[in-house]
Design a protein around this ligand. Sequence first.
Ligand code: FAD
Length: 489
Amino acid sequence: MARTSRSVVIIGGGISGLSTAYALLDQAAAADVALSCTILDAAPVWGGKIVTHRVGRLVMEAGPDSFLSQKPWGMDLCRRLGIADELINTNPVEKKASVLRGGQLHELPEGLVTFTPTQLGPFFRSGLLSWIDLARMGCDLLIPPRRSTEDESLAAFFRRRFGRHACERVMEPLMAGIYAGDAEQMSLRATFPRFYELEQTHGSVIRGMMAARRARAQKPSDGRPRHTMFVTLKNGLADLVAGLTARIRETGGVLKSGVQAEALRVRSHQAGRWMYDVICTDGTPLSAEALVLATPAYVSADLVRPLSPLAAGLMETIPYASTATISLIYPAAAVGTRLQGFGFVVPRVEGRDLIAATWTSIKWPHRAPPEEVSVRCYLGGVGREAILQQDDEGLVRCVREELASIVGLQATPHYVEVNRWHRAMPQYTLGHLDRLRQLEAALSRFGGLTVTGAGYRGVGLPDCIRDGAEAAAQTVRYLQTTSHREAES
Ligand SMILES: Cc1cc2nc3c(=O)[nH]c(=O)nc-3n(C[C@H](O)[C@H](O)[C@H](O)COP(=O)(O)OP(=O)(O)OC[C@H]3O[C@@H](n4cnc5c(N)ncnc54)[C@H](O)[C@@H]3O)c2cc1C
C-alpha cells in the first residue's frame, strides 16, 4: 500500500531554517517517514544573516564571519556537506587581540581570555589590570559558589568572581560584545551557561578551566586536523548556505524564496492530528501537518498570535538589538604595519560609539590579496543604537575618526560598505530561560508546531544548527506518534 506523504512547512531560510530542513529530510528518511518538506523565505536569497560577497579578490562577510569550532555542530555540518576541506583557521602568527582602555590599546594576554593563567608575566606587562586587580581575579579560587537559584546577570557574575575592573575591561567587551548586549541585563545561564556550570562543579571558574585544559591535553587525538577557536570557510560562509540548499533539493525538499508568510491558521484538529494553513503574500495557500517557525522571535510572535496570544506575548518579550558593520578596504602600502593582531574591542565604560574593530585581512589571510588590507568595524548594540540614526556617510565618518584616533589610521579607503542590521541580535535578558519554558508549554498544546532560531537557545551559528536539528527531531517524533495513533484506530 502506498504511504501517504506527511507535509511539513518551515518558515524562514536562515541557518536555523535550512539546518532544520536538512536534518528533517535526513532523519525522516532514516525513520522511514515519507515527507513533503517545503521551506519558504521572504527574502530573494537564502541564508538570512549569512551574506557573503566578493570585492575583487577579497571575500567579504556582511553578517557572521566565522563560528566557534569547539561547539561541534558547525564543524559536523561542514563534514556532512562535504565542505570540511574548505574550513580555514585564523592566522596563527598574528593571533593577539587588544582592548581599548583610556584611548590606548592594550594587548589581551592569552590566559586572561581562557582563564588559564599559566604565565603571569604577560598579565602584568599588558597594563590592562593592576596588581590589585589581578589579585582580586585570583580570589575566584577562594570565593564559594553562589547558592541562589535565581538568574544572575553576566556582569554581576563576573564582578562577584573576578572584581569590577576585570569585568568592565575584559569580560564585558569580549562576552557582551558577541551579543551586542548589555552585560548588566544579560542572563549568565542563557548566554554563557558553561561559566555557571564551572562555578557549581569546580567551585571556581579558574579551577574548572584548568581542569578542562588538562582533560583536553590528555584526550587522545581523533586523527582530525586541529582547529583554532574560530574557523570559517575559505570562500565565505555563503558556501555553507549553498551546500545546505543543494542537499535539501537533492533529498526532495522544495525551496521557495521571495515568499513571505503572513498568517497561520488551524485548519482542523482531530484525534490529536493537526492541519495548519500558512497564508503567504504571493497568495499561495500552503497546508501542513507540522510547522517549524525559524523566523526571528518577533516575526514568529505575529504568526502565532491568532493561535496562542500567550505564546506570542512571550516571544515578543525577547528584545533584539540593532547594529551596523562597516567594512573598509585600503591599499596595503597606505596602512603599513599599523594594524597588529586581529583587532580590538571597546569596553562600554570607554563611552565610545565603536564596539569593536577586526583586521579581517590579517585574521583571515586566505581571503584577501596581499596588496589589500580590509577592516571591519561594529557600531550599535544595546544602549548604543543612537548612532545608527546617522546616514551611511555619518557612520563611515564615525569609524574613520575612531580608527584615526585609536590606531593612527588616516589613509583613505578605496572601498567602503555599510551593512545595517535592524533588530538582528536577540538579547537573552534575565529570566530568559524561564520565559522559554513557559513558551514551550504554551506551544505544546499545538501538535507539530515548533519554533527554532537565534532568538531562543543560542545566537551563534553552531547553536542555530544544533537547535534546527532538534526541531527536526521533534517534528519527526510527532509525525511518527500521529501515524501510530492512526494505524491503531
Ligand atoms: C552583524 C552580525 C555578525 C554576526 N557574527 C557572527 C559570527 O561571527 N559568528 C556566529 O556564530 N554568529 C554571528 N552572528 C549571529 C548569527 O549570524 C545569527 O544568530 C544567525 O545567523 C541567525 O540565524 P537564524 O536562521 O536564526 O535567523 P536569520 O538569519 O535572521 O533567518 C531568519 C529568516 O527568516 C526570514 N523571514 C523573516 N520573516 C519572514 C516571513 N514572514 N516569512 C518568511 N520568511 C521570513 C528572513 O528573511 C530570514 O532569512 C552575527 C550576527 C550579526 C547580525
